[in-house]
Structure formats: C-alpha cells, structure tokens
Design a protein around this ligand. Structure first.
Ligand code: SF4
Length: 474
C-alpha cells in the first residue's frame, strides 16, 4: 500500500524479539511483514548482551538490509522499526530505532504513535538543559528517561512513560532487557507472541505469521512489559484507573493488513462486515457490478457484493511495481501517478452501473480521479460507497490525515462531496455501522474504538500546542 495518493499517510511499525540467536534475521522478516506501515526508512538494533549494534537506512526493507549485514549483527535480541514518509523530510538521523550511547548504559528505542503533550514536555526539558537533535517524540522519551530522578532503570522508564499523553506503542532495548509499552487508551496496536522460547512483539500479527511465531495476546492498554532472560514481568505505566480503550478505527478500515488480527478481530473479516453494513444501509440500490479500490477496499467490496447480491468484479487493478519514485509534488504529476498506479478493467465496467467501494475520502481529489477513470472506461454510473464515516477532524495520534481545512468533509456536505467527486451517488458508513462491523469483544464506548476523526470526540486531552503527525517525525 503506497498511500500518498490517498491523502492518508500511514504510521510506523515496530517489531521486537528476545531470546533467539537469529534475532536480526527474524527482525528483517518481521519488518517485511510491516512494510505497508512505512516505506521511508527502516532499522534494526541488536544486542548480544554486551553492546547494542544498529543497522538502518532510508528506503524499503529490501534495499537496506542484506545477508552480510544481518549475519554480522549477531545477538539474542533486537528491536526494529519501519518509518512512514513525512512532509518535513527524512534523513537517516530520523530512522528508528534511535540509539543513545551513554556511560550509564546505552539504549535503543522504537516508537509508533504521536504524543499530544510532546511540545510541553520538550519545553520543560529544554528549560532544564536538554538539547534536541530532531522533532521526534522518541527523543523526548529518551530525555525523560535520562533525566528521571527515579531509580533503578525500570523505575526511570516507568516514571518517564507516566508523563506521556497520546498514542504510543513503544519498545526499548538495553543490553539485558527489552521493555514494551502501550499507551493507556491502546490507540496503536501491539501484539505479543512466542517463537519457541523467544518472545516476539509486533505492531501487527501478520509479522508473527511470517516468521512462524504463535500469537499469545495483545499488549494491554497502559501495560508495561519487562522481558529479560528470566522471562516476562508485567507492570502498568501508572496506577491510575484504566482509561477507556480507544483503538484507532482506521487500522481496521485501512491501515492494517487484512491477515492481521487486532484485539483478536481479523481485519479482512471486519472489512467484509463493513461492506455488508454499507449494503444494508443503502438497501435497494440498483447496480450491475461491485468493485473495490485495491488493496484495502477489496475485502469490503466482497462483503458488499455478498450482502446486496450484486456481483463482485475486479474493476480496478493496481500496478504493484510502482515504487516510491512516483511520489511527486505537482498536481499534474500526481494525476499521472494515479493513472500509473490504478487501471480500470474496461470489459468489467463498460456500460455498467458500478458500485465503487473505497475506505475513506480525505481531500476528495483521489476519489474524483478514480470516478473519472471508471467513467472514461465506459461506466454508465458510478456509485461511491465509503466504509468509514465522513472524516471531519484531524488525527493527533499518529495518522497523517491532514489538517481540518484539507479534509473535504469538514466543510462540505455529503451531497457537496458527491458533486465534487463527480459520483452518481455517495454513501458513507455510519459510525454505528462501523462499530458493529468491527465486532470488538469489549464493553467500552464504541467497542473500544477511537472514532475521533469522524466524531471530534478525542479519547485524550488535546493541548493548544499539540503538533499534528505530519509536522514531525513518527
Ligand atoms: S483520530 Fe482517527 S485516525 Fe486518529 S487514531 Fe482516532 S480513529 Fe485513528
């Protein structure tokens, strides 16, 4: 999934393994499975019990690592990260895991998510003498750990993490411990698995499947795990009463791989149910064929077709070999980029009333291009079905959804958006339909989903100086 044409930038992916002699190689495979979460850069930091050794670079996982580098990185534990492209530019210094060497003990950190109080924490740290090299939240966490007056090291980490507000799925590696933590709302996914006697942690369970690891459970919101040669110790970041769960709904709609399970709910099945819900919400619509915008909407298009009885067809094909090089800033080149990336199957859509299922509308420009593409291929009508509600608010938790002004639904009615994207009809899934479709096994509000970009009800405090994800590093 290369998301630049969608207006939604994916976040990052983290992976960690403790207790395996091939930790670097397995991390490499883990990152492969998580590649869809970030294509800008990737890194692995390995420990052999004596020191920490990084390998990292810019680009895709395959471009960065090779057999020689991985073989040289011997060790029994590793943490790893894939990073998404940011508007503020890249640079190897921003590729995680970040490694901090110190006479009191080196540590590496990998993080997915966005802190809403990072600016506030950073200003306090700067006032007490800390110097920052990047705009990354990760560096704030490191300074908080290093500055903490608590002791021993575990207490420092716990104290530092207790000050963080917002979204984080985080891993810290020292020469003799791996620490895993998840924010108190569980906004970003993080799962725990086992590979033989080794512990494995990953943003998505598809990473476990690729290396043959077994899923154990999801890391609980607010949980802090210490993994050492003595096993796993479970703690909580704070003793506060647990906050309501608020897993990012867009993970189910768009970001996560269909073969991943989040909180035991399979993403493909959730998407199929979203398609079914939509079909029920527009009952009676007349059309000849249902098609999905690849890849994320194929599952929901199948669900829509099953529920409506309208045949599912491959009306749009994705060119899988278009790489990062087509991320082009100008409108004209972007236009060409979409055509390079998606093609209509004329024989499927010509003279047909087409239902086009897609996951979201951010700015509306991509939807308009795809509708036009289908009509140019001869579609008689194009009815757009979106498997999420109108996105009216920005995300402060790590998804680069753009600012409110750039979100077409923040200033346009559904009918106005329909006209703008040149569709014959436009339907969005209701928040209730989305919650039902995910079928999460929790009693928390919205089934423990964050719906803030649709409802404006943020599960955490938002500060006046909270920085949006696209303004800083992952
Ligand atoms: S605001 Fe939207 S994109 Fe951000 S975490 Fe919540 S559901 Fe996900």
């Amino acid at each position: 999934m290369f998301t630049e044409i969608r207006g939604l930038n994916e976040e990052c992916g983290v992976f960690g393994i403790w207790g395996h002699t091939e930790s670097a190689q397995l991390s490499y495979y883990g990152l492969h499975a998580l590649q869809h979460r970030g294509q800008e850069g990737a890194g692995i930091v390995v420990t052999d019990g004596n020191s920490l050794r990084p390998i990292k670079g810019e680009g895709l996982v395959n471009d960065i690592f090779n057999e020689e580098k991985l073989r040289a990185a011997t060790g029994h534990a590793a943490i790893a990260h894939v990073r998404y492209p940011t508007a503020g530019g890249g640079g190897i210094e921003n590729v995680q895991p970040l490694l901090f060497r110190s006479s009191t003990g080196s540590l590496a950190i990998a993080h997915n998510g966005n802190l809403v109080n990072a600016n506030h924490l950073k200003q306090n740290l700067e006032r007490s003498g800390s110097i920052f090299n990047s705009t990354s939240d990760t560096e704030v966490v490191i300074h908080l750990i290093k500055k903490s007056s608590h002791s021993p090291f575990r207490a420092k980490v716990k104290n530092a993490l207790s000050l963080l507000k917002g979204a984080f799925a985080l891993m810290i590696l020292t020469k003799d411990m791996m620490i895993v933590a998840r924010d108190r709302n569980g906004l970003r996914p993080l799962s725990l698995g086992k590979l033989g006697d080794a512990w494995v942690v990953a943003s998505e369970t598809c990473a476990f499947d690729l290396i043959g690891a077994e899923y154990v459970r999801d890391v609980e919101p607010g949980e802090l795990l210490y993994i050492t040669n003595n096993g796993i110790e479970v703690d909580r970041i704070t003793d506060e009463v647990a906050a309501p769960r608020a897993m990012c709904a867009m993970e189910y709609v768009y970001f996560a791989r269909p073969d991943s399970n989040i909180d035991t709910v399979n993403v493909h099945m959730a998407r199929k149910r979203m398609g079914r819900e939509l079909a029920r919400e527009v009952a009676g619509i007349e059309a000849d064929v249902v098609t999905g915008v690849p890849d994320s909407s194929l599952s929901s298009a199948i669900g829509f077709a099953e529920e409506s009885g309208i045949p599912y067809e491959l009306g749009l094909i994705k060119n899988r070999y278009v790489g990062r090089t087509f991320i082009q800033p100008t409108q004209e080149l972007r236009e060409r980029g979409v055509k390079m990336k998606l093609s209509p199957v004329v024989q499927v859509v010509k003279d047909k009333r087409v239902i086009m299922v897609d996951d979201s509308i951010v700015r509306g420009t991509t939807s308009k291009r795809i509708v036009r593409m289908l009509k140019e291929a001869g579609a008689a009508e194009v009815h757009v079905m979106i498997t999420s509600p109108p996105m009216t608010n920005p995300c402060f938790y790590g998804i680069d959804t753009s600012t409110s002004e750039q979100l077409i639904a923040s200033s346009h009615s559904v009918e106005e958006i329909r006209v703008a994207i040149e569709a014959d009809s436009l339907t969005f899934l209701t928040p209730e339909g989305m919650v039902r479709a995910t079928a999460r096994p929790f009693n928390d509000p919205n089934g423990g989903l964050c719906l803030a970009c649709f409802t404006g009800e943020y599960p955490t405090e938002i500060f006046s100086d909270t920085v949006l994800p696209h303004e800083k590093e992952c």
